[in-house]
Design a protein around this ligand. Structure first.
Ligand SMILES: C[S@@+](CC[C@H](N)C(=O)[O-])C[C@H]1O[C@@H](n2cnc3c(N)ncnc32)[C@H](O)[C@@H]1O
Length: 282
């Protein structure tokens, strides 16, 4: 059986059409679609072919060539947005123990505290960070939220940013949030867990493509870039890490995903200080 006919489904996805989709996706987002992703590409994009009343992938790929909006929509549909609250919780424990005390002091002295969740998906990561920064004492956390503290949360895909901005999650997700933070920074409302206004207020969501120029000038105290570099090729990862290094002052921190590592020209700029945790050196 040829690869072109390897897909059981209502439409055929030819090698040439798959290659075009993979090329466009890589050029726009850095995401690599290897042959192993064919079934995923098929199932996510067949919905769009059907919705547009098209007869197959041929005319759909032709549309993608000519219509930037349709192309963007396809690429957003091809992002993998899996996440959860306090995922890889050793990062939040490290942040709480090692980084937070200095940042709280900085904020209380009137200084500026800036954190970046750079592939935030639907908000679980930046809200976990917000809760960790505000701490378990609600009154002290509410005072801290009044200071100059902010978490920038960005992602390529607008559909996940819409969920993130709403700050409402199915109630069963509450099991991932440690009790002390759940009590302080969420409330139960019917079948939902709602993020408290103080935690929401310190997080700002923006759509941002990590491959494009960033409208960011001032440095961060910590950057979280977790479980997105796995989708990129090596040169893209290297460039990204070097750009993060530019936005981290010496002594500030970079947190990356469990299967990721610092590679390329940024290596001498980061000292490993924990499991997938790096400190920017001078
Ligand atoms: C698997 S999620 C990771 C979410 C979270 N950081 C975590 O570790 O739980 C990867 C996210 O990266 C986003 N993404 C993929 N390519 C991107 C790009 N070029 N620029 C910005 N975000 C991108 C996807 O939309 C997706 O929401």
């Amino acid at each position: 059986m040829t690869a072109a006919r390897a897909h059981v489904g209502e439409f055929a996805l030819s090698d040439a059409d798959f290659a075009t989709i993979a090329r466009m996706t890589h050029a726009h987002s850095g995401i690599m679609l290897t042959d192993g992703k064919r079934q995923m590409v098929y199932s996510r994009l067949a919905k769009q072919v059907r919705r547009r009343g098209m007869t197959g992938f041929g005319p759909y790929v032709e549309l993608l060539r000519n219509d930037a909006d349709a192309r963007r929509e396809a690429i957003f549909a091809l992002t993998t947005n899996h996440t959860r609250f306090f995922r890889e919780d050793h990062h939040f424990k490290h942040f709480s123990k090692v980084v937070r005390p200095g940042l709280v002091e900085q904020a209380e002295r009137g200084g500026r505290v800036r954190l970046w969740s750079s592939a935030s998906s639907s908000g679980e990561e930046p809200y976990s960070l917000a809760m960790t920064l505000l701490g378990e004492d609600q009154a002290a956390g509410a005072r801290l939220a009044q200071r100059d503290v902010a978490i920038l949360a960005t992602d390529l895909a607008p559909h996940v940013l819409a969920t993130a901005t709403a700050g409402r999650y199915p109630a069963e997700m509450a099991k991932d949030v440690p009790d002390r933070f759940r009590r302080a920074w969420t409330r139960a409302e019917r079948d939902e867990m709602v993020i408290a206004p103080e935690a929401r207020r310190i997080v700002s969501y923006r759509q941002l493509n990590l491959l494009e120029p960033w409208p960011i000038r001032r440095p961060f105290d910590a950057i979280f870039c977790r479980n997105v570099m796995i989708y990129f090729d090596e040169p893209t990862k290297e460039r990204l890490l070097a750009r993060f290094a530019e936005l981290l002052a010496p002594g500030s921190y970079l947190y990356i995903g469990h299967s990721e590592r610092v590679i390329g020209p940024a290596v001498p700029l980061f000292e490993p200080v924990g499991q997938t945790i790096y400190r920017r050196v001078a």
